[in-house]
Structures are given as C-alpha cells and as structure tokens.
Design a protein around this ligand. Sequence first.
Ligand code: PMP
Length: 351
Amino acid sequence: MSRFFSSRYAALEPYTPGEQPRDMQYVKLNTNESPFPPSLKAQEKAAQTLERLRLYSDPECTELVRTIAKRYGIGTDEVLFSNGSDEILDFAFMAYCDREHPAVFPDITYGFYPVFAEINCISSRQIPLKEDFSLDPEDYKEAGGTIFIANPNAPTGIALTKEQIGQILLDNPDNVVVIDEAYVDFGAESCVPLIHSHENLLVIQTFSKSRSLAGARLGFAVGNRELIRDLNTIKYSFNPYNVNSMTMAAGIGALEDEEYTVQNCRIIQKNREYTVNELKKLGFSMTDSLANFIFVQHPDISGEELYRKLKENGVLIRHFTKERISNYNRITIGTRQQMDILLDRIRQILQ
Ligand code: PMP
C-alpha cells in the first residue's frame, strides 16, 4: 500500500477471482465459463463493429434493451445493461444499502457480496445456510436490510423455487431483494415474471455463463421502472458508456441465436448428471446443483489436496479456504471430453 492510499480502503480485502493461468494448457474447470465458443452470430456482429469503435457506445444499449424487453414481455424502462453483472450488483449495493439498510446475504454465497459491501462502507449481516447448505426462507423473515441471494447459489448450486423467493419478497416489503440469476439457465426457475407483482424485486442476469460471453463482460438487471431509474442514476454518475460497442453487438448476436444457448445448456445439464453419477461411484458426495458447476467432497482426500493434485495433473478446479467449505471443491461442468479427463485424473489420484 502506498502512503497515498485512502484510509477508507486500508482494510479492504479484494475479491479473489479464479486463476486464469497462462503457463500451460489446463482443462479449465475453475471459473464456471462455458466450454463452448460464443455463437457465430455473436462473433460476426462483434467483428462488424470494429470500424465504429471511433464513436462512443450507445449509453442506452437501445437494441439490447429492446430485445430483452420483448423476450420477457416487459417494458424497455424495466431493463438496464452493465459491464458484466458484477458491475450492476455493485450498483445495487450503492443504490439500496445504507446505515438503515445493511446488506443481508447467506454465509456461504458469492464471495463478491462482502467485498461490494466493504468498498461501499456498508455493514452486512450473514445468515448461515442450513447444515446441508440449503437456504431456509424462514431465516429471511423481516431480514432488516437489503437482501442479496444468488439463485442458484454459488458455490453450492442449490436453487430456491419461485414460490420460496415470492415468500421472501412478501416477508420484506420495505427492503429490496436482489436475486442474482447468474446460473439460472442451467435448470432453475427465473423470478423475472415476479417483477410486476413485487415492487421490491430486482433480478440480475449475465451473458458470461450460458451465452459464452464471459470475456465480453455483459450483464443486466430487470425490475420495475423506479428501481431501474435508481440504477441509472448510479450508472450515469459512474460511467455512462459502461457497455462497449463490440460487447453490445455480441450480446445482440447471442440473443438472436437463442437455440444455440438452449442447446448448450442442455448439454451442460446432461454432462452434470453424468459427472455426478461417476463421482458418486468414486465415493464423492455433493450438493444438488442446478448450475453449471458441482460442489463436491470426498471422505478420503481433503479439498485442498484434491485441488492441488488435479492442478499438478493439468486440471484446474476451484478450492475455497473459508472454513465451513474448505473440504469442498467447486467443479465447472465442461464438455463430455473434459469431464472424462477430470474423472480419469481423479481415479488415478484416489488409487
Ligand atoms: N454472480 C455470481 C453468483 C457469480 O458467480 C458471478 C461470476 N463470478 C457473477 C455474478 C458475475 O458474473 P459476471 O460479472 O461475469 O457477469
């Protein structure tokens, strides 16, 4: 830290992203990226924008907004795009948390939530998940703050139903409930249809997972027009051109090729089922994941050792040091071929 660094951030512990190693070619199952390339339409559209990069990007993301609004049957003033969903999550922390509205989220969830709270000088309360890592909506009765729930949750993959989330919304009428649906396309139920019946609901999605555009950085929020107006106030006070032209074009291309996304999600779901069954045969136990990753542990090898040995053998998975989950690893679901390499290496390690 330099002697010039603001004292406000002196104690800030930044988020640790998954490794993006350049030293060798790994079977990369550590950051929940898609194993499939972006849709060809997305690639073509992005390439066509090159000559227009002289100009600033459209601050309103007009075409993207129109396409998503049409898809969900909502107004164009009920959607806002961002530079990845991390950015719009941060906007939500800025917009809806303060001294009277601390951030409330589970003890085991997306590791960026505590960092967003910290950087915005917001206090937070963590509600422990049940022993089996499930979330009991009863624990969120009058939670006393702005609620952030990843659904499916990360890193467990466990999902709540739309009805369970509806209950949390009803139990917290004076607080915003942010549902982070980064992984919703792999088998869980989206809460977008609830935005008109619940004025306190904000749903956040990303193009990073099911649409294979993690590197393009594209996310969005859906909520009633007042909530979206709040987020626009933050956005236009921060970076009006937060989504670049190439990304916008790639996003539109991806949305035009929905069949490709749906088909890829189906393959991931099939590969998830296959991997779970094979790992169970090897003695692993895991949570019931509806995401593009699984969360596993084995009675004979620690989470840390399995992570390390797999890395030595060219397979990267995600290990967390947080005590409650330190014996677990999160494994991204890739192609069938990647899963077979993973299983093969695990069999060798266990022998
Ligand atoms: N929410 C959750 C639960 C995530 O795991 C991630 C990915 N790290 C994000 C949001 C952010 O994704 P992105 O910024 O790539 O849209």
